[in-house]
Ligand binder design. Structure first.
Ligand code: FA5
Ligand code: MG
Length: 387
């Protein structure tokens, strides 16, 4: 049942986040430095530790069960994930390591790593990207240490779960953890981008945090989601042997943050081996880099329409486009969908936009590629191209 393509396999082990001078590594280092500077123990040592070498191949328990994703949750489907077999997949988020690290006794840690999702392709989505997870736990004393009469406040109570809190948390716990979380991440954004950046928080849902929030940043005129976060589900901490603590967790999208920081317009550039890209980051002061785009070459649009077989899903087609077209494909969009009134057959039409990052493509080159995509999709998916 593997859903992994050779293109994806070839990315495993690349570890852009550990490649000196790569922008993904630079942003990781800047975020790490912020946590090292902000959180010190009494001996002035950093309390956060960072893990950036954990294996991206994880079990379904790690990726889903450990973070309370329900057994039949849609996010487990093979259409969205790269499974190796029934029990193992390439992690879809760095949250897959939360439970084990808390279990090992840590109170404050960061995890940077490559993550994999069968996702749509555009300038801010790529099937392989990088996340940085952060977890910070608090004991009762630590959370309430700045309160006038700290002994009057409790971390836990036995109540009902509502839209604003978990059943075991007091309102004071939630509000203080939320405050710490949002203040820390807002300071992080100011550390990265300065005070002029436009941001907005909104409430979202994750199975492993409640309440939960995401943060968006204005980038090139549009809101770009850069992180998910929230108050950790107490059940995870209880299972991990940290039942007397509460905490927050967050997951940062490193490509998105690096795009904003360095002004990189397209997520595919992170995989470029072109020196015109890479050399721009080989500087001794990574706090003073702005990406200078090399000229962008023209786009070529080609459509394809076909009859879909039973059980067809667009992600199957996207994977084929990606493995054949590689980084020459800038975007794939479903532009038309209908069911034939007589035969009940489903028809999809997609526009594939091709663009080479380093030269002008000819329509002849693109036609060959486009034709190959059609042939492979016919053979592998059983679609029937409409002429
Ligand atoms: C998560 O992956 C959660 N695990 C984050 C989290 C951790 C929440 C801990 C609470 C506690 P999400 O799917 O939203 O959430 O991804 C997090 C970030 O990764 C997004 O905000 C975005 O910045 C980035 N991201 C998501 N999909 C892609 C993609 N296809 N390409 C590039 N970046 C992406
Ligand atoms: Mg999200």
């Amino acid at each position: 049942m593997t859903t992994i393509t050779p293109k994806i396999i070839s990315r495993v082990g690349t570890n852009l986040h550990n490649k000196k001078y790569h922008p993904i590594c630079l942003i990781k280092e800047r975020i790490r430095d912020f946590f090292y500077q902000k959180f010190l123990n009494q001996r002035k040592n950093p309390i956060f530790s960072i893990y950036d070498n954990l294996n991206p191949l994880v079990t379904t328990e790690q990726n889903f069960d450990d973070v309370l994703v329900p057994k039949n949750h849609p996010s487990r489907q093979s259409r969205d994930n790269y499974y190796i077999n029934k029990n193992q997949l390439l992690r879809t988020h760095t949250s897959a390591h939360q439970l084990a690290l808390v279990k090992s006794g840590l109170d404050a840690f960061l995890v940077a790593g490559d993550v994999y999702r069968r996702d749509t392709i555009d300038s801010s989505h790529y099937p392989v990207f990088h996340q940085m997870e952060g977890v910070k736990l608090y004991s009762e004393r630590e959370l309430f240490k700045n309160v006038n009469d700290p002994t009057s406040l409790k971390l836990f109570e036995n109540a009902r779960r509502t839209s604003v809190k978990q059943e075991t948390h007091t309102m004071e716990t939630v509000k203080l953890v939320e405050f710490q979380l949002k203040q820390t991440l807002t300071e992080l954004m100011e550390h990265l981008f300065g005070k002029d950046i436009e941001t907005q928080w909104s409430e979202v849902y994750f199975p492993f945090t409640h309440p939960s929030w995401e943060l968006e940043i204005k980038f090139q005129g549009e809101w770009l989601e850069v992180l998910g976060s929230g108050v950790m589900e107490q059940e995870i901490l209880n299972t991990a042997g940290a039942a007397n603590k509460v905490g927050y967790a967050f997951g940062l999208g490193l490509e998105r943050l690096a795009m904003i920081l360095f002004g990189i317009p397209d997520i595919r550039l992170f995989w470029s081996e072109d020196e015109r890209f890479l050399s721009q980051f080989k500087v001794d002061d990574p706090y003073d880099v702005k990406f200078k785009p090399f000229s962008r070459y023209p786009q070529l649009r080609n459509d394809i329409s076909f009859w879909c077989p039973d059980g067809y899903h667009s992600n199957d087609f996207y994977d084929i486009v990606r493995s054949i077209g590689g980084d020459l494909v800038e975007q794939v969009t479903l532009i038309d969908e209908f069911v034939h009134p007589k035969t009940q057959r489903l028809s999809h039409c997609y526009t594939v936009i091709y663009r080479h990052m380093e030269k002008t493509l000819t329509q002849k080159e693109v036609s060959i590629l486009h034709g190959k995509i059609a042939t492979v999709a016919e053979n592998m998916l059983g679609i029937e191209v409409r002429k």
